[in-house]
Design a binder for this molecule. Structure first.
Ligand code: PEP
Length: 250
């Protein structure tokens, strides 16, 4: 089956009113007739600005995080209802930086994924192994456990609405991308793992690769049968790089 490619830019804690506008102007001027679904995930403070800038362009808006709680005494948190007010459609969940620096466990990630789905938004569920885990040949076990935590919380039928992003931690922001074959092997495993519960849903799930994707390695990555696009960090902040990646998605 053909799955639509997705190219999502995770801006992390970068940007300003001025640079966001310049970046988006540059990207939007170059990507009118591309086939891939393009998503940008700015910091919370700029969601409102970027929501206005991408309106009517076909580019979708993502948040980098969200609370699993609906509302109330959660200082510093942002609810899914608030994100919907700003036309956010996607939410990153389980990014390795959230897992590592903010202690988000598989359980929290599963709760957040459930809350995102219940709010009608689409989770982009990040999974991936550390360097030590890869060296210990635990990559597939780690990815299976991270997927299982979510599957157990939401059930396989809801998993049809989840976008998965395989991001080996050792490749994020390091310039060390997984090879296309290394990525394909994990993507194929993840799809087969979901298929053990429901083969039809497994075929539909879009699995993105993330980890030092650039315009010069995206085409090869996208040529792999189970790689359905990319979650892009650093290169999503550079017009030529992000546009190049989007164009290589067909
Ligand atoms: C990311 O943060 O999701 C990411 C993949 O970053 P980078 O592309 O910079 O490695």
């Amino acid at each position: 089956m053909t799955r639509k490619k997705i190219v999502a830019g995770n801006w992390k804690m970068n940007g300003s009113l001025e640079t966001n506008e310049r970046l988006l102007d540059g990207v939007l001027a170059e990507i009118e007739s591309e086939n891939a679904l393009v998503i940008v995930a700015p910091p919370f403070t700029y969601l409102s600005q970027v929501s206005g800038l991408v309106k009517g362009t076909g580019v979708s808006l993502a948040a980098q995080n969200a609370s699993q709680y609906l509302s109330g005494a959660y200082t510093g948190e942002t609810s899914l209802t608030m994100l919907k007010d700003l036309s956010v459609e996607y939410v990153l969940v389980g990014h390795s930086e959230r897992r590592t620096y903010y202690g988000e466990t598989d359980h929290v990630v599963a709760e957040k994924t459930k809350a995102i789905l219940e709010s009608g938004l689409t989770p982009i569920l990040c999974i991936g192994e550390s360097l030590e885990e890869r060296q210990a040949e635990q990559t597939l076990v780690v990815c299976a456990n991270q997927i299982n935590a979510v599957l157990n919380e939401i059930g396989v039928s809801s998993f049809a609405k989840v976008v998965v992003a395989y991001e080996p931690v050792w490749a994020i922001g390091t310039g060390l991308s997984a090879t296309a074959q290394q990525a394909q092997d994990v993507h194929e495993f993840v799809r087969k793992h979901i298929a053990t519960q429901n083969a039809e849903i497994a075929e539909k799930v879009q699995i993105l690769y993330g980890g030092s994707v650039k315009a010069n390695n995206s085409e090869e990555l996208f040529s792999m049968p189970d790689i359905d696009g990319a979650l892009v960090g650093g290169a999503s902040l550079i017009v030529e790089e992000f546009v190049g990646i989007i164009k290589s998605a067909g």
